[in-house]
Design a protein around this ligand. Sequence first.
Ligand code: COA
Length: 118
Amino acid sequence: MLNFSRFKVGTRLYSGFGALIVLLPKPDHLLLDNIAVRPDRQGRGLGPDAIRAVARYLFDVLGHHRITIDPSAANDRAIRAYERVGFRPIGRMRGYERGPDGTWHDGLLMDLLRDELR
Ligand SMILES: CC(C)(COP(=O)(O)OP(=O)(O)OC[C@H]1O[C@@H](n2cnc3c(N)ncnc32)[C@H](O)[C@@H]1OP(=O)(O)O)[C@@H](O)C(=O)NCCC(=O)NCCS
């Protein structure tokens, strides 16, 4: 498990962003989880920028081949942010996660292959 809360790519330092990387049981497959930009820094493109930098690190430095991500199907902003980086929706997961009110909500499974990163 890797935790990116502050990281540097080249000369650029990213902070105010968090992402947890979960290694899936299959070799070279990863799940990016718990992605969040500090509330006062949202809406400026920092999320897509930081996800792109993390993905580049995972592909180019760690040699991974595929990354998956699983936003709530209702989280249009997160889905748009991931699409901007090159992630594609590959399936709706029904009743995937439970909200604070105890009801079940759908998730959207998205994936990104190395040569699709934008
Ligand atoms: C989701 C998140 C990481 C995105 O990072 P961000 O820096 O705020 O991203 P931005 O809003 O600047 O850009 C994302 C895209 O979503 C679009 N967008 C913004 N609000 C939107 C909305 N309500 N519906 C649809 N698209 C929206 C932006 O226009 C932008 O698209 P564009 O590049 O084509 O213009 C961040 O908003 C966040 O931390 N949200 C709260 C936690 C969360 O939901 N995390 C995701 C868990 S899977």
